[in-house]
Design a protein around this ligand. Sequence first.
Ligand SMILES: CC(C)(COP(=O)(O)OP(=O)(O)OC[C@H]1O[C@@H](n2cnc3c(N)ncnc32)[C@H](O)[C@@H]1OP(=O)(O)O)[C@@H](O)C(=O)NCCC(=O)NCCS
Length: 160
Amino acid sequence: MESIADGLGRTVDGYTWTYRIEDVDLDELSHLYRVAPLGDKPPAELATVFGNSMFTCFVHADGALVGAGRALADGVDCAYIGHVAVHPDHQGRGLGSAVMRRLVELAQGHKKIILYASPGAEAFYERLGFLRMKTAMGIWSDPDRAVGIGLLDRGDRPGD
Ligand SMILES: CC(C)(COP(=O)(O)OP(=O)(O)OC[C@H]1O[C@@H](n2cnc3c(N)ncnc32)[C@H](O)[C@@H]1OP(=O)(O)O)[C@@H](O)C(=O)NCCC(=O)NCCS
């Protein structure tokens, strides 16, 4: 069990941290995303997503998985942080900040560490030192849904 700082001057105690997807129950990880809530993420998909990520981070309390996150990184230029979630019973205690801080530490040395926030969660990341990216753009598999929830903006295009 480690004592970890959340980056905001608090210490988060009583949690066990692990860093290998092989040590995690994928059904439990899928359940964590469902209840956080961060959507439906099937176990097989999570095995691929976490298995292909250079840095992964998991937090247990009394044997139960209560926090997770990952960074997809190329080792030099860019690390992308995603899949950060904390179980509702453990939210608001600094654990999400501690997971973020640990992933940023693991990704240190990359020229840029990037992420996108759920609409409304920007302040959470700003408090951890992230600045807004003024020209960030993306291609989503379901752009209509992403536009609908405020993640993407089609901008003002001639003919729209
Ligand atoms: C977002 C999440 C990971 C934060 O984890 P957490 O353990 O609750 O976070 P912390 O306790 O470290 O919160 C740190 C601060 O950020 C704030 N914060 C947490 N979630 C926030 C959000 N969605 N928007 C704005 N601020 C938020 C908290 O109020 C807290 O402020 P405080 O110290 O003044 O009370 C967690 O709430 C979660 O899993 N939410 C559901 C999934 C989700 O929305 N993820 C966002 C992905 S972009």
